[in-house]
Ligand binder design. Sequence first.
Ligand SMILES: NC(=O)C1=CN([C@@H]2O[C@H](COP(=O)(O)OP(=O)(O)OC[C@H]3O[C@@H](n4cnc5c(N)ncnc54)[C@H](OP(=O)(O)O)[C@@H]3O)[C@@H](O)[C@H]2O)C=CC1
Ligand SMILES: O=C([O-])CC(=O)C(=O)O
Length: 437
Amino acid sequence: MAIAEFSPSHTETRFLSSQFSLSASRRLYNRRTFSSLPLPRPQNAKVLCSIAPNQVQEPVTATVNETKNKECFGVFCLTYDLKAEEETKSWKSLIKVAVSGAAGMISNHLLFKLASGEVFGPDQPIALNLLGSERSFQALEGVAMELEDSLYPLLREVSISIDPYEVFQDAEWALLIGAKPRGPGMERSALLDINGQIFAEQGKALNAVASRNVKVIVVGNPCNTNALICLKNAPNIPAKNFHALTRLDENRAKCQLALKAGVFYDKVSNMTIWGNHSTTQVPDFLNAKINGMPVKEVIKDTEWLEKEFTEKVQKRGGALIQKWGRSSAASTAVSIVDVMKSLVTPTPKGDWFSSGVYTNGNPYGIAEDIVFSMPCRSDGNGDYELAKDVIIDDFLRARIKKTEAELLAEKRCVAHLTGEGNAFCDLPEDTMLPGEQ
Ligand SMILES: NC(=O)C1=CN([C@@H]2O[C@H](COP(=O)(O)OP(=O)(O)OC[C@H]3O[C@@H](n4cnc5c(N)ncnc54)[C@H](OP(=O)(O)O)[C@@H]3O)[C@@H](O)[C@H]2O)C=CC1
Ligand SMILES: O=C([O-])CC(=O)C(=O)O
């Protein structure tokens, strides 16, 4: 029976909402892909809502791929004949995106943006492979249920698992968000160690099973050093493919400059965040522009730029926590989307974006072999080059040195996780995440 003919009777209304979500999502899907195909009957479809077979007519067009049942979720276990899709060539082949900490606050915003096509566009189907833990598994099921109920036509597969080797299998993007938050009284060295172990394990898993060209965005804090640990444990994946998220800091800096200059924030460009995603990060007002002009020519208040602006950006995460009672989640998800988009679309001419990337032959004299936020440009193929047309004065150099020293100290703390011998932890006293104050 074709989907279009599905019309439950009044006595079946109780099942309408749940069953409707199943059929309606496929209806959207069908319109764009194989509207004229003969529709196969379902065979033991593993769906979230169980419906007695004698109470409704079989409405779905799918079969179940038995081998996928262990990993896939609910409606996403259904397999469709995509031949027509291939023939029309109107769809691209599926992109697999793996997300850790998928039951957390950031993911709760991010997954829905990804599924809606915000990053890869309206003709790009995606699969979401979600990583949780025993602690979060039920919540993860809830997240997957909400994804089902959202009827996203681009979302073709959702799987949930607590095994990174399963979740990262063939992943082309890995968004590593899950990390233990720093609790009261916890030493930063302890945080580096606990979270470092998570990222060492995930690096190994990526190395073993992910696409050889997987792009990895590390969000879980301390994200720069977690990214370093991750890439060191994934020697078969280019180190250049690993990013630590500093785009949120860039966005925060643009917002503050726009506010001070009284312009809309899209007028602010060339905004670099240098260094660590911590309170030593350096929002670079020397190279940033407003309406194409150097910031210092638009905002003539140097003291404000050096002190108030810089500190505001460095501590924005903490200010937000004080108001909201938890760390930035929605704006972090937005910034993850932003950095992904920046990697898959050409950077506007003359502009750049910030990302924490591996220092390996950088033109700025920054120590090698750490993950340091720098200005990047992409031609839209997922890769990037460092911007060369930047100037560095004494003020900026001194600030960059401070954040560099912090990252080198963090690196010494995790030597046992990067395969570089014994750890020695001598972190500067004031080392803090943006959310800590
Ligand atoms: N780089 C950036 O700009 C920003 C980074 N962050 C960082 O992103 C991370 C996630 O933030 P958010 O989603 O709000 O956090 P949540 O607390 O909502 O979720 C974090 C997830 O981490 C996982 N996790 C892994 N190990 C542990 C552990 N030992 N104890 C508790 N939870 C653990 C949990 O999932 P599970 O049980 O499934 O593993 C949990 O769902 C944090 O590290 C935060 O500091 C936040 C804002 C900005
Ligand atoms: O410290 C945190 O967890 C929050 C954070 O990174 C930020 O808001 O930039």
